[in-house]
Design a binder for this molecule. Structure first.
Ligand code: CP
Ligand code: NVA
Length: 322
């Protein structure tokens, strides 16, 4: 190792150029233009889950294996972490055996503690605050359908619904890093933390992007290149189901709202989706929806992220195909 350790805990842990490098590598993986085995050995990557998952679990398991490594997938229910073993002790143990740690958990402080005590890269596979791997896949999907990675800066994206959740926060930060015009809309009481908005605005000033937070779904969607939404009830909020269903109806992505976006606008959803709630079937199963490419792109984007983190540490750009 010749470089300082890097982690991916939130979307602004990488800068504009680094995000582009990762997305360009993701595009190479997507198009089968590049073969890289940074974990050949195989070296193990621990993939930990404190919450359920289909896409993240499969894309990291398959992705680590495709990079020549061994994915050690551990659920909360089958680990001592789930019985209260300290995060720091878990980090100290895993770092002796694994080349990287990928973790889906609750508070952002937990992945930060893991990164503090681990002597290997730590990747946030979703916390209550951020979902940075999803954003890389979503932007890779935009690049796929909108003229490549270099075309991303300057695109307008709209996110509707629970604007205080992890996806909203990650679109704000990740979109700012990309130099996009990011607009998020949600009802009062479900708007993003002003601290995250301020961070996103500071980044957007440097990248040429912009940040708009509004309660008006029409303002957010007007002229957008891509419209995003997410569940109104995130993992861990199931007890709030009744109170969370009501405030969001004006933010449902339906044909009327989609008609305000650009005529060729894309629709994306991180999934799982609740048809008839945050999005109508006509939209998610319609011609503008690219959700299955988006899901596939989790694999390519995360392979690119993991390879990039290894290339950074080893100062070996040949791993990126450059
Ligand atoms: N989008 C996403 O992270 O899906 P899973 O919860 O299935 O991993
Ligand atoms: N906001 C959702 C995203 C799921 C991928 C959740 O946290 O449950």
């Amino acid at each position: 190792m010749t470089h300082e350790l890097r982690h991916m805990l939130r979307d602004d842990d990488i800068n504009h150029e680094e995000q582009k490098q990762i997305l360009k590598l993701g595009m190479k993986f997507r198009e089968n233009r590049f073969y890289s085995r940074p974990f050949e050995g195989p070296q193990a990557v621990a993939v930990l889950f404190d919450k359920p998952s289909t896409r993240t679990r499969s894309s990291f398991s398959i992705g680590v294996a495709e990079l020549g490594g061994y994915p050690l997938v551990i659920d909360k229910s089958s680990s001592q972490l789930g019985r209260g073993e300290p995060v720091a002790d878990t980090a100290r143990v895993l770092t002796r055996m694994a080349y990287g740690i990928v973790w889906r958990t609750f508070g952002q402080d937990r992945v930060e503690t893991m990164a503090k005590y681990a002597n290997c890269p730590v990747i946030n596979a979703l916390t209550d605050q951020f979902h940075p791997c999803q954003i890389l896949a979503d932007f890779l999907t935009m690049a796929q359908f909108r003229g490549g990675v270099d075309a991303l800066a300057g695109q307008s994206i709209a996110y509707l619904g629970d604007a205080a959740n992890n996806m909203s926060n990650s679109y704000l930060l990740g979109g700012a890093v990309a130099g996009m015009h990011v607009r998020v809309a949600g009802p009062e009481g479900f708007l993003p933390d002003p601290k995250i908005v301020a961070d996103a605005k500071a980044i957007a000033e440097k990248t040429g992007g912009s940040i708009t937070v509004t309660t008006d779904p029409r303002e957010a969607v007007a002229g957008a290149d891509c419209v995003f939404t997410d569940t109104w009830v995130s993992m861990g909020e199931e007890a709030e189901y009744a109170i969370r269903s009501k405030p969001f109806w004006d933010y449902q992505v339906n044909p009327e709202l989609m008609a305000l976006a650009k005529p060729d606008a894309l629709f994306q959803h991180c999934l799982p989706a609740y048809r008839g709630k945050e999005v109508t079937s006509s939209v998610i199963d319609g011609p503008q929806s690219v959700v299955w490419d988006e899901a596939e792109n989790r694999l390519h984007a995360q392979k690119a992220l993991m390879t990039w983190l290894v290339a950074w540490q080893r100062e070996d750009s040949s791993l990126l195909g450059d």
